[in-house]
Design a protein around this ligand. Structure first.
Ligand SMILES: [Cu+2]
Length: 122
């Protein structure tokens, strides 16, 4: 009984440390278009919300079509409302097809993160 309690305590402490560390970086919280969504029309911008404030000059996205070709977008900038939100204008309407958003971010605490997600324009 005593042993199982101490194992639980260790597991809990390890989980807590992991959460603390994970929270310290800019992770993607949500996006617009939503990951894996199917859109009826081209979005006018990509909006990525992160868990931390970002350094704009070292944060951005690469938009790729289903063939992996890079699609030209406007310059990524922080939202005027929040330094943790990155907005990328979609300069010319996206054709029907699948798209991948490869994002990279530098949070104000100096940590780099990256990831990707997909959406489809019908
Ligand atoms: Cu960090």
């Amino acid at each position: 009984m005593k042993k199982s309690i101490s194992i639980m305590a260790i597991t809990f402490a390890a989980g807590f440390l992991f959460v603390q560390q994970a929270q310290a970086h800019a992770h993607l919280k949500s996006s617009e278009p939503v990951a894996k969504s199917e859109l009826a029309a081209s979005p006018s911008a990509l909006t990525l919300s992160f868990t931390e404030d970002l350094e704009a000059s070292f944060s951005g996205v690469e938009l790729k079509d289903s063939k992996g070709s890079v699609v030209k977008t406007g310059k990524a900038a922080l939202s005027p409302d929040s330094k943790s939100v990155l907005v990328v204008p979609v300069s010319s309407p996206l054709k029907a097809g699948g798209y991948e958003v490869d994002w990279h971010a530098l949070s104000v605490d100096g940590h780099k993160t990256k990831g990707s997600y997909n959406f489809t324009v019908k």
